[in-house]
Design a protein around this ligand. Structure first.
Ligand code: ADP
Length: 536
């Protein structure tokens, strides 16, 4: 039976039914609900299910007596503060009650009891109970009021945030947009209207598409739809048509925003004007193309007079060898030799430029492949560079006690070794340089190690790029093409090249080559292009 919430529950505990009936008669009131228990055990059970305002507890009972029941009730959290009125006929009990329960919430009634005293004592505790309940009710009310106030504050904060974001969106130079669904804009900032000349009505929904260059729309749609499928952001370069009819390149970025369940609720994005950068890039591309064209033409044009110059110098060299000339002009042979050496240097620079321009118009292609010993080739190259090494104060050492035979483009590998050794002489003068050739890696491994200036760790990654240099122009001349060519040649053989270096700690270059060039890279039937003669 559901109890009346207005009624206050009072528990009467006595093993004698007569006593219970007598108490019931005294306490009967419309606002009291009297619960009755014939034993201590029953009383404890009832207290589990009912919140009682006060318990009238007989002390002398078989089974659990009143004191035992009281101590159990005081040990339970729910009934710790429930007031107990002990009912007893013994004055001894009363002294004991005072001793054991000096804390509040406990009283006693002496049997035979005075009905007025019973009523009055019970009424005091009931009143205290009601007051406690009222306080609890008010506290709960305050708490729920507090919750409502917090919710309101939260909402105000949200609105404030939205307002701030909007202000932010309005103040930044980018074009800002939001979309509830893919392809349908719900908000754009003022900058959008200023840039495109479209007003709100013309823009929202799918109207904004009118401002995107028709050729770029499909790309944008595709990127956005894919981003929605993959639940990711997207970036697309597109042209936006300005109010004045001119197109400018923009970078359109969009990111999905999720709700608390993690589902995409809407999209937030921007258009950033990248037109200036894009045009600068385009100009740079054109400039690079023009440079390459110029290099190609210039290096071709330079070859003929250089060849003539070389032949003339060789003729002079022969004349110088005549005794009468040598005695008449003793400084001439040396000067001629220097001129020839410079002519060779010029020749190899021109060859490099030619190679580079060949690569820019398609990959470097290998010419004739021959089978030879790479150790032997390394020895020849060291021999060829002996004078240069002497001038640089370097000792070139070859390590390679077993032949490493492979099938490669010989002149190209000569170029690789010479470029690596020439760099070592240039960047590690007056030191020992070790060239090692052995089998390993992809097939053959060739390393050049020096103890020179080394390369800054941040630069090592880019030294194989075209025109890349990691030293100042003032201290070391060069075009930044040597290692680029090394890489191109090695990769054309199906190999790879790497560098290990630290500033001040020397450098080590490692070339790995397969012993046989993979079929897809091997030179095919003649393409009509005449192989260029080679010179260092
Ligand atoms: P170049 O020597 O003409 O500048 P390279 O392509 O041969 O061009 O080399 C690119 C850059 O790598 C060089 O400018 C230099 O900074 C660095 N480099 C190459 N070899 C060495 C080396 N042995 N020691 C130190 N730095 C080197």
């Amino acid at each position: 039976m559901a109890s009346d919430p207005e009624k206050v529950k009072i528990l009467l505990v006595d093993d004698r039914p007569g006593n219970l009936i007598a108490l019931e008669g005294v306490l009967e009131r419309p606002d009291y609900e009297l619960l009755m228990a014939g034993s201590g055990e029953d009383a404890l059970k009832l207290c589990l299910n009912h919140e009682v305002a006060v318990i009238l507890l007989d002390v002398a009972m078989p089974g659990l007596d009143g004191f035992q029941v009281a101590s159990i009730l005081k040990s339970r959290r729910r009934t710790r503060v429930t007031p107990i009125i002990f009912v007893t006929a013994s004055v001894l009990h009363i002294e004991w009650i005072y001793e054991a329960y000096s804390v509040g919430g406990v009283d006693f009634l002496l049997k035979p009891f005075d009905p007025h005293a019973v009523k009055a004592k019970v009424a005091v505790f009931v009143e205290m109970f009601r007051q406690r309940k009222e306080i609890e009710r008010q506290a709960a009310q305050i708490e729920s009021g507090e919750r409502a106030r917090r919710a309101l504050e939260l909402r105000q904060m949200q609105l404030e945030n939205e307002r701030r974001y909007r202000n932010l969106a309005e103040s930044i130079p980018e074009l800002v947009w939001t979309a509830e669904r893919v392809g349908e804009l719900g908000y754009v900032n003022r900058r959008w209207h200023e840039t495109t000349g479209l007003d709100g009505e013309q823009t929202l929904g799918r109207g904004w598409r009118a401002a995107v260059h028709p050729e770029d729309l499909a790309r944008l749609d595709e990127a956005w739809e894919r981003a929605a499928r993959e639940e990711a952001g997207f970036v697309v370069e597109l042209r936006l048509r300005g109010g004045d009819g001119t197109d400018r390149w923009h970078l359109c970025r969009g990111v999905p925003e999720r709700d608390q369940a993690g589902v995409i609720a809407h999209w937030l994005g921007t258009f950033s004007d990248v037109d200036d950068q894009k045009r600068a890039q385009e100009r740079a591309r054109v400039a690079v193309r023009l440079r390459d064209e110029f290099l190609s033409v210039a290096s071709h044009e330079l070859r003929t007079p250089l060849t003539v110059l070389r032949i003339q110098l060789q003729a002079i060299e022969q004349i110088c060898a005549r005794p009468e000339v040598a005695s008449a002009e003793p400084r001439l042979p040396r000067k001629t030799m220097i001129a020839l050496r410079q002519c060779d240097r010029l020749g190899s620079l021109v060859e490099r430029l030619l190679d580079v321009s060949r690569i820019t118009t398609g990959r470097l292609r290998l010419q004739e492949l021959e089978t030879f010993d790479l150790v032997e080739l390394a020895r020849e190259m060291i021999e060829q560079l002996r004078d240069a090494a002497e001038r640089a104060g370097c000792e070139l050492r070859l390590h390679g006690d077993r032949a490493v035979i492979g099938t490669w483009d010989r002149p190209r590998l000569e170029q690789v070794i010479v470029n690596l050794l020439a760099n070592a002489l240039k960047y590690a003068p007056k030191s020992q340089i070790d060239l090692t050739v052995a089998e390993g890696g992809l097939g053959a491994v060739l390393t050049v190690e020096d103890r020179g200036i080394g390369i800054d760790s941040e630069q090592v990654g880019r030294i194989f790029e075209r025109f890349a240099r990691a030293v100042s122009e003032r201290n070391y001349g060069g075009l930044g093409l040597g290692l680029y060519l090394v890489r191109e040649i090695v990769e054309a053989h199906g190999g790879r090249v790497s560098a290990q270096s630290e500033a001040g700690a020397g450098s080590a270059f490692r070339v790995e080559l397969p012993l046989v060039v993979p079929a897809e890279l091997a030179p095919g039937p003649a393409t009509g292009e005449t192989p260029e003669p080679f010179q260092h």
